[in-house]
Unconditional design. Sequence first.
Length: 467
Amino acid sequence: MAELAKVVDSSSEVTRALIDALGAETTLLDEDVNARGAGIWRTDTIRAQVLVRPKTTEQVATALKVCHMHEQPVVIHGGLTGLVEGALTNQGDVVISLERMNEIEEVLALERTMIVQAGVPLQMVQETAQSHGLMFPLDLGARGSCTIGGNISTNAGGNRVIRYGMTRDMILGLEAVLMDGTVVSSMNQMIKNNAGYDLKQLFIGTEGTLGVVTRAVLRCREEVRSQPTALVGIADFDHLVRFLKHADRGLGGNLSAFEVMWNDYYRLVSSPPAQNSAPLSSDYGFYVLIEGMGATEDTLMSMLNDAFEDELIADAVVAQSEAQRMDIWALRDDVEQVFQFAPAMWFDVSLRIPLMEDYVEGVYARLQSEFDDAKVFTLGHMGDGNIHFAIAPGDDSVDTRRRVEACVYEPLKRIGGSVSAEHGVGLEKKPYLGLVRDETEIDLMRRLKQALDPKGLLNPGKIFDAS
Ligand SMILES: Cc1cc2nc3c(=O)[nH]c(=O)nc-3n(C[C@H](O)[C@H](O)[C@H](O)COP(=O)(O)OP(=O)(O)OC[C@H]3O[C@@H](n4cnc5c(N)ncnc54)[C@H](O)[C@@H]3O)c2cc1C
């Protein structure tokens, strides 16, 4: 009793109101909040006055109503694997974490849909789909920790976009709670529904600035029984682009991954201290992980043989077992090797494929001219026009970060690219939104924010300034 009194004394009015409305078990305070990491690959911890862990949509609505009444800023947390400072908080913030809304409510195998709560980890969705003879196509390296609510809010992309699209393409309906506590239930279960505005789109890719996603209807696919996978070595970019077209045609529409590693990244992840070894010589300019979900191994082999004959590719290794397939993916996914050179900055940009070679060469040249020994590693979901750079410029000062960002982002304006392919904007890319979106677009974004959250309380300051 004495302890509860102490907690309540040291808390603000809004915290007391949240504890009254939701109970102490749902509201974490002090070290229970501060001991939690602020995000993957971050070394700081969460700063917030209270962290609310609702179990139901009604509790989310209650928490938001209380915060709305007290004009209290709120930040939403999923699995905290986001890479653009979208879930960062201030000490005065209230955090709503979806971690206890983690149930799969229903799997409708015949209709190939699944109804889930927003805090369910992506991997659990994938495994549940598989246990019902289905497949949920979204896949990314953070699958074990990221949540479906976070995937929706960032419109996550990942490894199979070339075939199945982004998260947006896998959501049939969703439920969200607005800042004033209004529950918008748009749990559509049909593939086609053009009756008025498609309201779910307001909450997909808007990074928790317009509402809290609480539940969703996911569109699954029939389980895929074959996934032939190969790693291919290619001499230069021209051959790489032609091989993409060749592979897409040769696999008859089954190309599901075209993951490219530049030579510098391939060497990084296939030599010590990295655990994986190099399945192909390290002398090629580019390496492609190619996967054809639903294709046969014969089709893959025949496509590769034709590519050899046409001298599009220099070498290839085809996975002969599931273990070998996983080994090839492990090479591609070993992104944490860049932290050997910490501090490292991650970039996620998008541009038309024919412009990619000149763009990347330009970024390398500018970095080399500005920094004595910056390390650069490049990879990406190249089939989707998406490149990731990991850049270790040598120090982590704000000035260095801004100069590196200028090297990567500024050229995108001229060539019509995007500063964010799939990670979102958050706080990190906010200064660069205006490079790739015009004033009219940003103004319309502001008007939507104003309509749904007029007090500007939900994930404030993220993506753009509300006024
Ligand atoms: C190793 C690794 C690999 C990755 N690979 C990819 C990749 O291939 N493709 C890709 O797109 N991303 C990738 N990411 C980035 C990240 O995993 C995704 O952005 C993911 O979708 C974030 O989900 P989360 O649950 O961790 O969200 P969080 O990090 O918790 O939050 C992300 C944003 O969404 C908001 N949010 C979270 N939950 C909700 C909710 N229920 N309602 C409203 N807003 C909410 C937050 O406020 C924040 O703005 C990768 C990250 C890592 C670490």
